[in-house]
Design a protein around this ligand. Structure first.
Ligand code: AKB
Length: 374
């Protein structure tokens, strides 16, 4: 793990207009905190907040400051989208305390995590980051709620890794898996996601149960179990669902690619814009309409072979083969072939933008060609 450096790189975005006037030391800027902001999802979220800020400004309304934290210095493309960027570790309590001296946190989007494949090489470190970091931020959310007398929203990206189908026969027979089945993950990352979900539920509904001065519902915790996510702009690393984006980006670059899963491997996917839209959809939904803390979403669930056929429809000369890594394949075999997202559709209006073909036609291939052919 990188030594935590708490140097922050103040960057006020050009149209930054945090709510209210701020007398440093007297009051704190109202703020949204985004951890793991430098990743693919973080970039999409920062762009969404910048859009919301412009919409609010046009209506003469203010928007909270957006504060980003990442282990690495945020790319300039990201820094221009936030009010302040901290380079540090979500396990660094001193850095978080310093951040709280300046900002009143009204919402936390906690994206920082070690993904499934990487976590299997350092499981105890992964637990420290994925659960310890989440606990740190939940504690801060609860303390901010008590300080300000109102609950703090908390978005937690869970994953299909939270599921653990015991064997392929069960996976094939299970059909679309609902949120309450097969919750015995086979990876440390999956265990960490289940722990994060349960901690969030505790901070949302049971925190300090025996305290005489307890606050009801200090944290408005909401979570989505994301499938594999495919971005035209970034290639993820450290994940087990990476074979999809890796295959596509390699074909677009004219490079050969050895897919590490079998042709018949099947899990749900969605595009990055749909993942960011799902986060906004859930976080902007009235709390009263939510029947659950954790929701499934998905857009399409192709086999790796069906995914390759789609890649070759656009890149017919793609040199893609299959060289299954049995260990990583065993992780994919424990994840659902498809997830039941009926609750998200009913409670907060989730619906996919794309199916497999239109994701390629309308988003992935046009953006990816522009990226690699520029
Ligand atoms: C991973 O592969 O670890 C992630 C995920 C499915 O949560 N992309």
């Amino acid at each position: 793990m990188h030594p935590p450096s708490s140097s922050n790189t103040p960057r006020r975005s050009p149209d930054a207009a945090p709510t209210g006037t701020t007398l440093r030391g007297a009051r704190r800027d109202a703020a949204i905190l985004v951890t793991g902001a430098g990743g693919e999802m973080g970039h999409g979220l920062l762009e969404a907040f910048a859009d919301q800020r412009r919409e609010r400004a046009a209506a003469g309304e203010t928007f909270p400051a957006v504060i980003a934290i990442d282990l690495r210095e945020l790319p300039e493309s990201h820094r221009g989208l936030c009010d302040e960027a901290f380079t540090g570790d979500v396990c660094d309590e001193k850095m978080l305390e310093r951040l709280l001296a300046s900002y009143e946190i009204g919402a936390i989007y906690h994206l920082a995590a070690l993904l499934s494949t990487r976590s299997e090489f350092v499981p105890e470190i992964a637990h420290g980051v994925n659960v310890g970091g989440t606990l740190n931020l939940l504690r801060i959310a609860a303390e901010e709620a008590a300080n300000n007398g109102r609950s703090v929203q908390f978005f937690f990206p869970s994953s299909i890794a939270a599921y653990g189908l015991p064997d392929l026969a069960t996976k094939h027979a299970a059909g679309p898996v609902g949120e309450d089945r097969f919750l015995q993950p086979h990876t440390m990352y999956g265990c960490n996601k289940i722990a994060g979900e349960n901690l969030g539920n505790y901070y949302g509904h049971h925190y300090r149960k025996l305290a005489t001065d307890r606050m009801e519902h200090p944290v408005d915790f909401r979570s989505i179990r994301f499938p594999g996510i495919i971005s035209a702009d970034t290639v993820p690393s450290g994940g087990t669902s990476d074979y999809g984006p890796e295959m596509l980006h390699a074909a677009a670059r004219g490079e050969s690619y050895a897919c590490f899963v079998r042709p018949d491997a099947r899990i749900p996917f969605m595009t990055m814009p749909e993942a960011v839209a799902a986060i906004r959809g859930l976080m902007e939904a009235p709390r009263s309409g939510l029947s659950r803390v954790v929701y499934n979403v998905q857009s399409f669930a192709p086999s790796a072979e069906e995914f390759l056929l789609e890649v070759r429809r656009h890149f017919p000369t793609a040199e893609t083969g299959f060289e299954p890594d049995l260990a990583r394949q065993s992780i994919i075999d424990s994840w659902p072939a498809s997830c039941d997202d009926a609750a998200a559709r009913a409670d907060w209006g989730w619906s996919p933008t794309y199916d497999l073909a239109s994701a390629f036609d309308d988003y992935l291939v046009p953006r990816i060609r522009a990226r690699y052919e520029a």
